[in-house]
Design a protein around this ligand. Structure first.
Ligand SMILES: [Zn+2]
Length: 280
């Protein structure tokens, strides 16, 4: 996204506006967690700032003014997938909705990125979708468009969308990262995050980052959709239900971003945003 964004980020950094929490919603149709894409609920467009509401912090200490670090000057949007009426994938054993775990991992990731100097924009900070309940039509599109508006309004340089996977077969496991096909910067980002998740989490199945056509990846910014693990796999579900493992997941995601940001040379340009205003 635009050059002024980086300069703007640095200027904002000087003003202490480091970590922005926005309530809203973005979208996606992840192939494997699409089942829950189409239902709708409460809109919430307020913006919140650190410190996070205690209810959503879950034991993590907020840091209002992150120290300068390797990610200083970067604005990173962290999108917790689903929310509200849209629970996403469901834990096969526990019945835990993906939306809850996504938010927890997103908040942990946001904290870690902020600790490395990044300014973080969150698309949601609680259990809600970013759409109006009435009329209940086109809720998912509205939710996605509002998430996109938060991300673009925040002049994000990078987008990370956090999800949990599911699949009909129970044996599938392991983190899976997606990027927008044809976006070199997104591919590098996704590859770095995928590699870090393998190194940190040591999953039994070592996947490669894949191209995918997801709305959240089409905003013209280097983007990665992070499927943290499979809720359809008994063992991985059990891991994802523990705070310790979710913290490791967040650490892996942050490590991936650090690796990406440290890549030598100019980062490939992102593709232009895709106009999807007419989608439903
Ligand atoms: Zn999902």
């Amino acid at each position: 996204m635009r050059m002024p964004g980086r300069l703007g980020a640095r200027l904002r950094a000087l003003t202490g506006d480091r970590v922005r929490m926005a309530a809203g919603a973005v979208l996606f149709a992840s192939a494997l967690c699409t089942a829950a894409l189409l239902a709708g609920a409460g809109g919430n467009a307020a913006q919140a700032f650190f410190p996070l509401p205690k209810a959503t912090v879950q034991g993590m200490e907020p840091s209002a003014t992150p120290a300068p670090g390797p990610l200083s000057g970067l604005i990173i949007a962290v999108d917790a997938g689903h929310g509200g009426y849209d629970g996403g994938a469901v834990g096969r054993v526990s019945g835990t909705p993906e939306k809850t775990l996504n938010l927890d991992v997103a908040l942990r990731t946001a904290r870690l990125l902020a600790a490395q100097g990044a300014q973080v924009v969150l698309t949601r900070t609680g259990d809600y979708a970013l759409c109006d309940e009435d009329p209940p039509i086109r809720r998912k599109l509205q939710d996605m468009q509002r998430r996109a508006a938060i991300i673009m309004g925040g002049e994000a340089d990078v987008v990370l969308s956090i999800h949990m996977n599911e699949y009909a077969g129970r044996s599938e496991s392991g983190p899976q990262i997606f990027y927008r096909e044809g976006c070199p910067a997104g591919r590098l980002l996704a590859g770095a995050v995928q590699g870090a998740m393998i190194d940190v989490l040591r999953p039994g199945t070592k996947r490669s980052a894949l191209g995918g056509d997801y709305y959240i990846l089409t905003l013209g910014v280097p983007s990665a959709l992070v499927e943290c693990g499979f809720l359809s796999n008994r063992e991985e579900e059990a891991l994802l239900l523990t705070g310790d493992y979710r913290q490791r997941v967040a650490q892996a995601i942050a490590e991936g971003v650090l690796r990406w940001a440290a890549l030598p040379g100019e980062r490939p340009a992102a593709l232009a945003a895709v106009d999807r205003g007419g989608e439903n």
